[in-house]
Design a protein around this ligand. Structure first.
Ligand SMILES: [Zn+2]
Length: 251
């Protein structure tokens, strides 16, 4: 949760690793016809969760921002173990927490994402940010959730393409609830409830999964699993060959 808690050795190593990462593959995405999700008809909105395409079956843009001005946070890639680590409940609602949320949003926008969970930047706390518009200028759409919980969800589900910044170069179909009712705390600790539907519900569920140590590859539709096997293997190879894995010891 604390940006400055990341040791400099890790930051340098992580940055080196990210900057030397091979260019990512472009992935095709599926047509989305729903009128419930007008945003998706715009230019593709890559996500952290970079999901969904425009109606023209556009190629997904992927972007690893590497070093982002104003923050030392970096996106961890599969199979980094912190993506599977336990995420602690947040109990202190101070300026530091607000700063981390601000920096996560900064990284998310730099990645052209629409959502980011704290473990993706190496902070194993129950914190997530998202913006269904995926653009800083639409900051009024920003959502920051501390200690979120799902209190109800629709029986009805749908399947859409998803991707994740921790899994560059791949995407796949995932089944999600069409709506979820959630309870969470704001950055000041105040409890609140909300209902998210459609696109927002999908983003929430993807990021919430991160807080539960679940990654979207765990939920891929069966027939999509073989399609990502090679990419996953490549990610494992990249991870093994890059120095930023040494951060584990430091953390
Ligand atoms: Zn993700």
């Amino acid at each position: 949760m604390q940006t400055k808690a990341l040791p400099p050795a890790f930051i340098q190593a992580a940055t080196r690793g990210l900057l030397h990462r091979p260019r990512k593959l472009l992935t095709t995405t599926t047509r989305h016809s729903s009128t419930r999700l007008p945003l998706l008809r715009r230019r593709i909105r890559p996500t952290s969760i970079r999901m969904q395409a425009s109606a023209q079956n556009t190629l997904a843009e992927e972007r690893d921002p590497g070093a982002v001005v104003g923050t030392s946070l970096r996106i961890l890639k599969y199979p980094h173990p912190l993506l599977r680590a336990e995420n602690a409940t947040i109990e202190t609602f101070d300026e530091q927490l607000k700063q981390v949320a601000r920096e996560m949003l900064r990284v998310m926008y730099a990645s052209r994402g629409v959502g980011l969970a704290a473990p993706q930047v190496g902070i194993n706390k129950r914190l997530m940010v998202f913006n269904p518009e995926g653009e800083q200028r639409a900051f009024l759409q920003e959502v920051v959730l501390v200690n979120p919980q799902i209190i109800a969800s629709s029986k009805k589900t749908d399947v859409e393409m998803e991707a994740c910044l921790s899994f560059p170069g791949m995407s796949g179909r995932v089944r999600r609830h069409e709506w979820v009712k959630i309870e969470a705390q704001r950055l000041n600790g105040k409890q609140f409830k909300a209902k998210y539907e459609g696109w927002k519900a999908r983003i929430f569920q993807h990021e919430f999964d991160h807080l539960e140590k679940t990654l979207y590859i765990d939920r891929l539709e069966e027939e999509d699993k073989p399609k990502v096997k090679d990419t996953l293997q490549q990610l494992v190879e990249v991870y093994k060959s890059e120095p930023y894995q040494s951060m584990q010891a430091a953390l």
